[in-house]
Ligand binder design. Structure first.
Ligand code: PLP
Length: 393
């Protein structure tokens, strides 16, 4: 392994995928593990989208697509941006990629030079930090806590800015905290950014539809932000299409062009069948997926209620996505069933080994006081999992 590049040696393994692998291993040993570690809807892809994919196979969509995506898909994305976000992105400003994850990696590779700083309000989605590092950028974490609903304040943003700051990356609704930035909160951040015209923003809106208070706001729509915001989205979460690997961006044309150039050398673009199916997904009214959103909402309330009965769990009220991010630092320094809990990783491992419940340590998301629990699981599993957690604490 000495032959491996410094690049890969310095990269951390995705903590969520690592936990999923560990849970699988224990299951193979015969343990009854409830997995609450993955960020993946537990629904099937709606039938009307499956039908579109089958049709695409029969229609022989089997050749390379244009690198940046089929023109009619980009047209559908353009309409979606207008319909859902009131954003005007022409098809020249849109690039379709192999999941939002690749969209993010493209942006890092085309925007960052060695040493450029990227502000990441913490907790942030696990991959941001490693994607930035891969592009030789420097992640600058801005810690937030449950006291501000895990949101970065304008003052914190301003304090984190240096002459080396190139970008700000954030998700709203947020993975892992479920926090949703309101219009006023985004305006507060934009007011700071207007003073620094060279800072670009990645607004990751992949959970936009999974929002229980309604009224998703895109920062690109706020005064002075359109030209320098890269709006990232995809179909993994809202349409339960994680494995089909389709994500996209809307951005200034020069950014879209550069992403296409980069993608043209590394993947040649996203898979054809997934792209065709995505047209159908995006053209459908949001009412077609409302049942999933309603179900997540119901589960959120159940999970909050049950976790609220456990001493030592401090929980915010997530307004979107499908995670809760309890602060469990009250347990640090305690010994339970002979195991000393010193940090969130110990706590998460304790829950896996003693309660047979897989969660993810907050450390991976830049917050060492919390763990992430995904409620993309059945109500029965959630009830059983939380009862088990309660019993081992
Ligand atoms: N952004 C956030 C905040 C996510 O939580 C995820 C998936 O977990 C992604 C992006 C990646 O999504 P995709 O499946 O489109 O690559």
């Amino acid at each position: 392994s000495n032959q491996l590049s410094d690049r890969i040696k310095n990269m951390s393994t995705s903590a969520t995928l690592a936990m999923a692998a560990k849970a699988r291993e224990l299951r193979n040993e015969g343990k009854d593990i409830i997995g609450l570690s993955l960020g993946e809807p537990d629904f099937n892809i709606p039938d009307f989208i499956k039908e579109a994919a089958k049709q695409a196979v029969d229609d022989n969509y089997s050749s390379y697509s244009p690198v940046d995506g089929y023109a009619d898909l980009k047209q559908a994305i353009s309409k979606k941006f207008k319909r859902d976000n009131n954003l005007d992105y022409s098809i020249k400003q849109i690039v379709v990629s192999t999941g939002a994850k690749q969209s993010l990696a493209n942006v890092a590779m085309i925007m960052l030079n060695k040493g450029d700083e990227v502000i990441l309000p913490a907790p942030f989605w696990v991959s941001y930090s490693d994607i930035v590092k891969l592009a030789e950028g420097v992640p600058v974490q801005v810690p937030t806590s449950i006291a501000t609903d895990f949101k970065m304040t304008p003052e914190q943003l301003e304090e984190a800015i240096t002459p080396k700051t190139k970008m700000l990356w954030f998700s709203s609704p947020c993975n892992p905290s479920g926090s949703v930035y309101s219009k006023e909160e985004l305006e507060g951040l934009a007011a700071v950014l207007r003073k620094y015209p060279d800072i670009y923003v990645v607004s990751d809106e992949i959970y936009e539809h999974i929002n229980f208070k309604g009224g998703h706001v895109s920062i690109a729509g706020i005064d002075g932000m359109y030209e320098r915001t890269i709006t990232v989205n995809g179909v993994s979460k809202a349409f339960a299409m994680t494995g089909w690997r389709i994500g996209y961006i809307g951005a200034a044309e020069w950014i879209a062009k550069a992403c296409t150039k980069f993608q043209g050398q590394v993947t040649s673009g996203a898979n054809a069948i997934g792209q065709r199916a995505t047209i159908t997904a995006l053209e459908a009214p949001v009412s077609k997926i409302q049942f999933m959103i309603d179900e997540f909402h119901k589960r959120r309330d159940i999970v909050l209620g049950l976790l609220g009965e456990i001493d030592g769990f401090k929980v915010n009220v997530p307004e979107g996505a499908f995670y809760v991010f309890p602060d469990i630092s009250d347990f640090f320094g305690k010994t339970l069933q002979g195991v000393t809990i010193n940090n969130a990783s110990d706590f998460s491992m304790y829950l896996l080994e003693k309660a047979n419940v897989a969660t993810v340590t907050g450390e991976a998301f830049g917050n060492p006081n919390c763990i992430r629990i995904s409620y993309a699981a059945s109500e029965e599993e959630l009830r059983e999992a939380i009862a088990r957690i309660k019993s081992v604490l």
